[in-house]
Design a protein around this ligand. Sequence first.
Ligand code: GLU
Length: 305
Amino acid sequence: MDELLEQILAECHPYTAQGNLANYIPELAKANKNDLGIYIISSDDRIHRAGDYGKKFTIQSIVKPILLLLALMDNGIDVVREHVGVEATGKPFDAINVNEQALLSDHINPMVNMGAILMCTLIKGDTYQEKFERLLDLTRKLADNNEICLNEDVYLSEKRTGSKNRALAYMLKTYGMIQDDVEDVLDCYFRACSIQITCGDLARIGYILANHGRMPYTGERVFPAEYASFVNAILSTCGMYDGSGEFAVKVGVPAKSGVGGGIMAVVPTRMGIGIFSPALDAKGNSVAGIKALELLSEKLFLSIF
Ligand code: GLU
Protein backbone atom coordinates (compact mmCIF):
# COMPACT_ATOMS: atom_id res chain seq x y z
CA MET A 1 0.00 0.00 0.00
CA ASP A 2 2.81 2.47 0.87
CA GLU A 3 4.39 1.70 -2.48
CA LEU A 4 1.07 2.27 -4.23
CA LEU A 5 0.75 5.70 -2.61
CA GLU A 6 4.27 6.67 -3.69
CA GLN A 7 3.47 5.59 -7.27
CA ILE A 8 0.19 7.49 -7.30
CA LEU A 9 1.80 10.68 -6.01
CA ALA A 10 4.58 10.43 -8.60
CA GLU A 11 1.97 10.04 -11.34
CA CYS A 12 -0.16 12.91 -10.03
CA HIS A 13 2.57 15.40 -9.25
CA PRO A 14 2.67 16.91 -12.79
CA TYR A 15 -1.01 17.84 -12.37
CA THR A 16 -0.11 20.42 -9.73
CA ALA A 17 1.15 22.58 -12.61
CA GLN A 18 -2.33 22.62 -14.17
CA GLY A 19 -4.04 24.33 -11.25
CA ASN A 20 -3.94 27.77 -9.65
CA LEU A 21 -3.74 28.88 -6.04
CA ALA A 22 -6.88 30.49 -4.59
CA ASN A 23 -6.04 34.18 -4.76
CA TYR A 24 -9.38 35.73 -3.87
CA ILE A 25 -8.23 35.19 -0.27
CA PRO A 26 -4.78 36.84 -0.57
CA GLU A 27 -3.18 34.82 2.23
CA LEU A 28 -3.98 31.52 0.42
CA ALA A 29 -1.97 32.66 -2.60
CA LYS A 30 1.19 32.24 -0.49
CA ALA A 31 0.94 28.41 -0.55
CA ASN A 32 3.42 26.25 -2.48
CA LYS A 33 1.75 25.08 -5.68
CA ASN A 34 3.97 21.97 -5.86
CA ASP A 35 2.86 20.45 -2.57
CA LEU A 36 1.05 17.13 -2.69
CA GLY A 37 0.44 14.83 0.27
CA ILE A 38 -1.85 11.98 1.24
CA TYR A 39 -2.72 10.25 4.52
CA ILE A 40 -5.00 7.23 4.89
CA ILE A 41 -6.37 5.45 7.95
CA SER A 42 -8.01 2.18 7.11
CA SER A 43 -10.69 0.60 9.28
CA ASP A 44 -8.21 -1.92 10.69
CA ASP A 45 -6.51 1.22 12.13
CA ARG A 46 -3.49 1.04 9.80
CA ILE A 47 -1.90 4.27 8.60
CA HIS A 48 -0.44 4.89 5.16
CA ARG A 49 0.98 8.22 4.07
CA ALA A 50 3.19 9.80 1.43
CA GLY A 51 4.44 13.14 0.15
CA ASP A 52 3.74 16.43 1.93
CA TYR A 53 1.24 14.90 4.36
CA GLY A 54 2.71 16.83 7.32
CA LYS A 55 2.13 20.32 5.85
CA LYS A 56 -0.37 22.60 7.59
CA PHE A 57 -3.12 24.32 5.63
CA THR A 58 -6.50 25.86 6.39
CA ILE A 59 -9.58 23.70 6.42
CA GLN A 60 -11.76 26.14 4.40
CA SER A 61 -14.91 24.44 3.13
CA ILE A 62 -14.01 21.11 4.72
CA VAL A 63 -15.26 22.68 7.95
CA LYS A 64 -18.78 22.58 6.47
CA PRO A 65 -19.45 18.92 7.35
CA ILE A 66 -18.15 19.59 10.87
CA LEU A 67 -20.41 22.66 11.20
CA LEU A 68 -23.29 20.50 10.01
CA LEU A 69 -22.40 17.73 12.48
CA LEU A 70 -22.31 20.16 15.40
CA ALA A 71 -25.63 21.70 14.31
CA LEU A 72 -27.08 18.15 14.19
CA MET A 73 -25.59 17.23 17.57
CA ASP A 74 -27.02 20.43 19.10
CA ASN A 75 -30.47 20.35 17.47
CA GLY A 76 -31.24 17.01 15.77
CA ILE A 77 -32.09 16.38 12.12
CA ASP A 78 -35.65 17.80 12.17
CA VAL A 79 -34.63 21.25 13.40
CA VAL A 80 -31.66 21.42 11.03
CA ARG A 81 -33.96 20.48 8.14
CA GLU A 82 -36.21 23.45 8.96
CA HIS A 83 -33.27 25.72 8.12
CA VAL A 84 -31.46 24.01 5.23
CA GLY A 85 -32.28 21.53 2.46
CA VAL A 86 -30.34 18.60 1.05
CA GLU A 87 -30.80 19.06 -2.70
CA ALA A 88 -27.65 19.33 -4.80
CA THR A 89 -27.09 22.93 -5.85
CA GLY A 90 -25.18 22.37 -9.10
CA LYS A 91 -23.76 25.85 -8.47
CA PRO A 92 -20.42 27.20 -7.28
CA PHE A 93 -19.80 27.41 -3.52
CA ASP A 94 -20.34 31.16 -3.32
CA ALA A 95 -23.26 31.45 -5.77
CA ILE A 96 -26.06 33.75 -4.74
CA ASN A 97 -28.24 30.72 -5.21
CA VAL A 98 -31.62 32.28 -4.65
CA ASN A 99 -34.76 33.10 -6.44
CA GLU A 100 -35.64 36.69 -5.50
CA GLN A 101 -39.28 35.71 -5.01
CA ALA A 102 -38.67 32.95 -2.54
CA LEU A 103 -35.54 32.42 -0.49
CA LEU A 104 -36.62 29.11 1.01
CA SER A 105 -34.61 26.97 3.38
CA ASP A 106 -35.03 24.05 0.97
CA HIS A 107 -32.84 25.91 -1.55
CA ILE A 108 -29.98 26.28 0.88
CA ASN A 109 -27.43 23.49 1.12
CA PRO A 110 -25.04 23.27 4.11
CA MET A 111 -22.10 22.38 1.80
CA VAL A 112 -22.15 25.79 0.13
CA ASN A 113 -21.36 29.11 1.80
CA MET A 114 -24.89 30.34 2.48
CA GLY A 115 -25.86 27.11 4.23
CA ALA A 116 -22.62 27.00 6.19
CA ILE A 117 -23.10 30.61 7.34
CA LEU A 118 -26.59 29.60 8.51
CA MET A 119 -25.14 26.58 10.36
CA CYS A 120 -23.08 29.02 12.48
CA THR A 121 -26.36 30.43 13.85
CA LEU A 122 -27.63 26.93 14.78
CA ILE A 123 -24.61 25.97 16.91
CA LYS A 124 -25.25 26.42 20.63
CA GLY A 125 -23.35 29.08 22.57
CA ASP A 126 -24.17 32.42 24.20
CA THR A 127 -21.82 34.35 21.92
CA TYR A 128 -20.36 33.71 18.47
CA GLN A 129 -16.95 33.43 20.13
CA GLU A 130 -18.33 30.57 22.25
CA LYS A 131 -19.97 28.92 19.22
CA PHE A 132 -16.63 29.01 17.41
CA GLU A 133 -14.80 27.58 20.45
CA ARG A 134 -17.27 24.67 20.50
CA LEU A 135 -16.66 24.06 16.78
CA LEU A 136 -12.90 24.13 17.34
CA ASP A 137 -13.27 21.69 20.25
CA LEU A 138 -15.28 19.28 18.09
CA THR A 139 -12.70 19.53 15.29
CA ARG A 140 -9.91 18.74 17.78
CA LYS A 141 -11.90 15.83 19.18
CA LEU A 142 -12.70 14.34 15.74
CA ALA A 143 -9.11 14.76 14.56
CA ASP A 144 -7.77 13.54 17.91
CA ASN A 145 -5.41 16.51 17.88
CA ASN A 146 -5.54 19.16 20.61
CA GLU A 147 -2.99 21.31 18.82
CA ILE A 148 -5.35 22.33 16.05
CA CYS A 149 -5.76 26.10 16.15
CA LEU A 150 -6.77 29.13 14.12
CA ASN A 151 -4.51 30.50 11.39
CA GLU A 152 -4.82 34.16 12.37
CA ASP A 153 -3.35 35.51 9.10
CA VAL A 154 -5.81 33.58 6.92
CA TYR A 155 -8.70 34.57 9.20
CA LEU A 156 -7.83 38.29 8.94
CA SER A 157 -7.28 37.97 5.19
CA GLU A 158 -10.74 36.39 4.73
CA LYS A 159 -12.40 38.93 6.99
CA ARG A 160 -10.85 41.81 5.05
CA THR A 161 -11.80 40.50 1.61
CA GLY A 162 -15.00 38.49 2.15
CA SER A 163 -17.49 40.82 0.43
CA LYS A 164 -19.29 38.03 -1.38
CA ASN A 165 -19.81 36.12 1.87
CA ARG A 166 -21.10 39.37 3.40
CA ALA A 167 -23.56 39.67 0.50
CA LEU A 168 -24.74 36.09 1.10
CA ALA A 169 -25.16 36.65 4.83
CA TYR A 170 -27.01 39.96 4.40
CA MET A 171 -29.31 38.21 1.92
CA LEU A 172 -30.13 35.65 4.63
CA LYS A 173 -30.77 38.50 7.06
CA THR A 174 -32.99 40.33 4.57
CA TYR A 175 -35.16 37.26 4.20
CA GLY A 176 -35.43 36.72 7.97
CA MET A 177 -33.30 33.58 8.04
CA ILE A 178 -30.64 35.13 10.28
CA GLN A 179 -31.82 36.97 13.39
CA ASP A 180 -28.42 37.82 14.90
CA ASP A 181 -25.90 40.48 14.01
CA VAL A 182 -24.56 39.56 10.56
CA GLU A 183 -20.97 40.59 11.31
CA ASP A 184 -20.92 38.33 14.41
CA VAL A 185 -22.19 35.38 12.36
CA LEU A 186 -19.65 36.06 9.61
CA ASP A 187 -16.82 36.35 12.11
CA CYS A 188 -17.62 32.81 13.29
CA TYR A 189 -17.75 31.59 9.66
CA PHE A 190 -14.40 33.22 8.73
CA ARG A 191 -12.76 31.74 11.82
CA ALA A 192 -14.26 28.32 11.04
CA CYS A 193 -12.72 28.37 7.53
CA SER A 194 -9.34 29.39 8.97
CA ILE A 195 -8.84 26.41 11.27
CA GLN A 196 -5.40 24.97 10.48
CA ILE A 197 -5.10 21.23 9.93
CA THR A 198 -3.01 18.53 8.19
CA CYS A 199 -3.83 15.55 5.96
CA GLY A 200 -3.72 13.30 9.05
CA ASP A 201 -6.43 15.38 10.75
CA LEU A 202 -8.66 15.08 7.68
CA ALA A 203 -8.05 11.33 7.46
CA ARG A 204 -9.07 10.86 11.10
CA ILE A 205 -12.27 12.91 10.64
CA GLY A 206 -13.05 11.01 7.42
CA TYR A 207 -12.49 7.72 9.24
CA ILE A 208 -15.15 8.58 11.83
CA LEU A 209 -17.65 9.48 9.11
CA ALA A 210 -16.76 6.20 7.36
CA ASN A 211 -17.29 4.20 10.56
CA HIS A 212 -20.73 5.40 11.69
CA GLY A 213 -19.46 8.02 14.14
CA ARG A 214 -16.81 5.93 15.91
CA MET A 215 -13.21 7.02 16.63
CA PRO A 216 -10.21 5.01 15.40
CA TYR A 217 -8.40 2.81 17.99
CA THR A 218 -10.84 3.34 20.88
CA GLY A 219 -14.12 2.82 19.02
CA GLU A 220 -15.60 5.65 21.12
CA ARG A 221 -18.83 6.95 19.60
CA VAL A 222 -18.68 10.71 18.95
CA PHE A 223 -22.03 11.11 17.19
CA PRO A 224 -24.97 8.88 16.21
CA ALA A 225 -24.62 6.71 13.09
CA GLU A 226 -27.61 8.45 11.48
CA TYR A 227 -25.68 11.76 11.48
CA ALA A 228 -22.81 10.06 9.63
CA SER A 229 -25.29 8.79 6.99
CA PHE A 230 -26.88 12.23 6.71
CA VAL A 231 -23.56 14.04 6.26
CA ASN A 232 -22.11 11.41 3.89
CA ALA A 233 -25.20 11.57 1.67
CA ILE A 234 -24.87 15.35 1.32
CA LEU A 235 -21.13 15.04 0.69
CA SER A 236 -21.86 12.60 -2.16
CA THR A 237 -24.12 15.06 -3.96
CA CYS A 238 -22.53 18.40 -3.02
CA GLY A 239 -19.13 17.97 -1.36
CA MET A 240 -17.06 18.79 -4.44
CA TYR A 241 -19.02 21.92 -5.35
CA ASP A 242 -20.37 21.90 -8.91
CA GLY A 243 -17.85 19.15 -9.72
CA SER A 244 -19.68 16.64 -7.49
CA GLY A 245 -21.33 14.69 -10.32
CA GLU A 246 -18.05 14.22 -12.20
CA PHE A 247 -16.35 13.20 -8.94
CA ALA A 248 -19.11 10.66 -8.18
CA VAL A 249 -18.58 9.08 -11.59
CA LYS A 250 -14.77 9.04 -11.42
CA VAL A 251 -14.10 8.40 -7.71
CA GLY A 252 -17.46 7.45 -6.21
CA VAL A 253 -17.09 8.22 -2.50
CA PRO A 254 -18.42 11.01 -0.25
CA ALA A 255 -15.80 13.78 -0.10
CA LYS A 256 -15.36 17.44 0.73
CA SER A 257 -12.86 19.85 -0.77
CA GLY A 258 -11.71 23.27 0.37
CA VAL A 259 -10.02 26.15 -1.45
CA GLY A 260 -6.99 25.72 0.82
CA GLY A 261 -6.24 22.60 -1.28
CA GLY A 262 -7.52 19.95 1.11
CA ILE A 263 -9.83 17.05 0.31
CA MET A 264 -11.36 14.76 2.93
CA ALA A 265 -12.66 11.51 1.44
CA VAL A 266 -14.89 9.03 3.27
CA VAL A 267 -14.84 5.42 2.10
CA PRO A 268 -17.76 3.93 4.02
CA THR A 269 -16.63 1.15 6.41
CA ARG A 270 -13.18 1.09 4.78
CA MET A 271 -11.11 4.26 5.26
CA GLY A 272 -10.71 7.97 5.89
CA ILE A 273 -8.44 9.85 3.46
CA GLY A 274 -6.85 13.29 3.76
CA ILE A 275 -5.19 14.95 0.78
CA PHE A 276 -3.43 18.27 0.37
CA SER A 277 -2.42 19.94 -2.88
CA PRO A 278 -3.24 23.65 -3.16
CA ALA A 279 -3.33 24.08 -6.97
CA LEU A 280 -7.05 24.26 -7.79
CA ASP A 281 -9.18 23.78 -10.89
CA ALA A 282 -11.71 26.41 -12.00
CA LYS A 283 -14.32 24.99 -9.61
CA GLY A 284 -12.05 25.31 -6.57
CA ASN A 285 -11.06 21.64 -6.25
CA SER A 286 -7.47 20.40 -5.92
CA VAL A 287 -6.41 19.17 -9.38
CA ALA A 288 -3.74 16.69 -8.29
CA GLY A 289 -5.85 15.72 -5.25
CA ILE A 290 -8.76 14.62 -7.43
CA LYS A 291 -6.43 12.77 -9.78
CA ALA A 292 -4.86 10.92 -6.82
CA LEU A 293 -8.31 9.88 -5.57
CA GLU A 294 -9.29 8.72 -9.06
CA LEU A 295 -6.23 6.46 -9.27
CA LEU A 296 -6.68 5.18 -5.73
CA SER A 297 -10.35 4.43 -6.34
CA GLU A 298 -9.51 2.56 -9.53
CA LYS A 299 -6.77 0.47 -7.89
CA LEU A 300 -8.64 -0.33 -4.68
CA PHE A 301 -12.21 -0.45 -6.03
CA LEU A 302 -13.37 2.29 -3.70
CA SER A 303 -16.47 3.49 -5.54
CA ILE A 304 -19.69 2.88 -3.64
CA PHE A 305 -21.75 3.13 -6.82
N1 GLU B 1 -13.52 30.53 3.13
C1 GLU B 1 -13.89 30.23 1.78
C2 GLU B 1 -15.01 31.14 1.33
O1 GLU B 1 -15.89 31.38 2.10
C3 GLU B 1 -14.34 28.82 1.73
C4 GLU B 1 -14.64 28.40 0.34
C5 GLU B 1 -14.26 27.00 0.02
O2 GLU B 1 -13.34 26.41 0.56
O3 GLU B 1 -14.98 26.49 -0.81
O4 GLU B 1 -15.01 31.63 0.25
